[in-house]
Write a protein that binds this ligand. Structure first.
Ligand SMILES: *Cc1c(COP(=O)(O)O)cnc(C)c1O
Length: 410
């Protein structure tokens, strides 16, 4: 059966105590054992069981099973946020002297996190990941992992996902793909050799924007027996589970970015409609991108679904549909503040991946900190607006944008 079918029955299959169709929310943090020997077995990893809520919880585990299913992985660990997942992974798997390769088109906070690891002696190369040649050029014998996103925010560059996967396979490198923008509904990084898949559950995965969450899925594609930084104490685990096991222990347990059971439940409810939402969001976004690119109040539109996008063919081959993120530059004669304030069907907000259409001017907000020169280098124009398209009726979206441009034309 397809993942969408199994997703809707996986709680039932896992066996809930009272026959609940949804995994119940278990807010409990401590567990008792009738036999002292049993808690010893659990601590020693020889019996399954829960010990303390920071490390594992049944409601969170039910969500992890669903994400594993959707990503076609072997196991998933969930975290309080997407950043919690990424930082736990890097903290658990890297040490001073290691080298990592990261895309230069990263979510800003992820880039900031990599820069922090630089202060602790991890050497980071940021390269243009739309070109595998740039990744290959910096790999050396200290390289431990390659980290890329699928569709970059806000300029929508699409990484050379297939070729980088092949490169990592040949070089024995851990390939980590942040799938937040595409979600497993449009793309499964496991199929191109990713060893770990990151998802921010706060975005499309939940969709409602009512809670935060993050996840890290092991795809089973990476040979952990070849990863130098697995600690001796975790080498006793079966080789396929060593990586995520160490992330759970050294990352989740020691750093404590634990997902709450209530948030896990909210994400799980959102996930049930992920496929439907991603289809609708993608068709809405494509229609709106076409409308904008034909409008003389708009200077330029960046959306992988448009045939003039540099990586359009790659995105079409890998994703089939193009998700909801785009950015566009207003023409000089359109006033940015008047345009945004004139919209009714879009909210001005810094989030993305929401069921509602959200937009934000880029240069003066999310890219403000880096200053004008770096923005110019990164192609962030002053009139650039990031737009995350939602589930509204697309005719309403086009009409609203058209009216707002008219109001803002000076
Ligand atoms: C939002 C986002 C994250 C971080 O997720 P949070 O849940 O906000 O911590 C990571 N990667 C990408 C691509 C994102 O868009």
């Amino acid at each position: 059966m397809k993942p969408q079918t199994r997703l809707l029955h996986v709680d039932r299959d896992a066996g809930s105590p009272n026959g609940e169709l949804h995994a119940p929310v278990s807010r409990n943090i401590a567990y008792h054992y009738d036999r002292c020997a049993d808690i010893e077995q659990v601590f020693q990893g020889r019996m399954k069981g829960y010990t303390y809520g920071r490390q594992a919880n049944p409601t969170v585990a039910a969500l992890e099973r669903k994400i594993t299913l959707l990503e076609e992985g072997t196991d998933t660990a969930a975290f309080a946020t997407g950043m919690g997942a990424i930082s736990a992974m890097l903290f658990a798997l890297l040490k001073a002297g290691d080298h990592v390769v990261a895309s230069s088109f990263l979510f800003g906070n992820t880039r900031s996190l990599f820069e922090s690891f630089g202060r602790f002696g991890v050497d980071v190369s940021f390269v243009d990941a739309t070109d595998v040649g740039q990744v290959a050029a910096v790999v050396n014998d200290r390289t431990r992992l390659v980290f890329v996103e699928t569709i970059a925010n806000p300029r929508t560059q699409v990484a050379d996902l297939k070729a980088i996967g092949a490169l990592c396979g040949e070089a024995g490198l851990l390939y980590v793909v942040d799938n937040t923008m595409t979600t497993p509904s449009l793309f499964k990084p496991a199929t191109l050799g990713a060893g770990f898949v990151v998802n921010s559950l706060s975005k499309y995965m939940a969709g409602h924007g009512a809670c935060l969450g993050g996840s890290l899925t092991d795809t089973g594609r990476f040979d952990w027996s070849r990863f130098d930084n697995i600690l001796d104490v975790y080498r006793s685990q079966p080789a396929p589970s060593q990586g995520l096991h160490q992330v759970r222990k050294k990352g989740l347990r020691d750093m404590g970015s634990t997902l709450s059971p209530d948030s896990a439940n909210l994400v799980a409810l959102g996930l049930e409609t992920l496929n439907l939402r991603m289809e609708r969001i993608s068709t809405n976004a494509l229609a709106l991108a076409r409308f904008l690119s034909a409008h003389d109040g708009i200077h330029k539109v960046h959306y992988p679904g448009l045939s003039e996008h540099r990586e359009h063919a790659r995105a079409a081959e890998l994703f089939g549909a193009f998700s909801g993120l785009m950015s566009f530059e207003l023409a000089e004669h359109v006033d940015l503040h008047r345009f945004i304030d004139g919209l009714q069907a879009f909210a001005c907000s810094s989030n993305l991946g929401d069921n509602r259409s959200l937009l934000i001017p880029v240069a003066s907000t999310i890219f403000h900190e880096m200053g004008p020169q770096k923005r110019r280098e990164m192609g962030i124009a002053d009139q650039l607006i990031r737009l995350s398209v939602g589930l509204e009726a697309v005719d309403d979206l086009c009409e609203d944008v058209g009216k707002a441009i008219e109001l803002a034309t000076v």
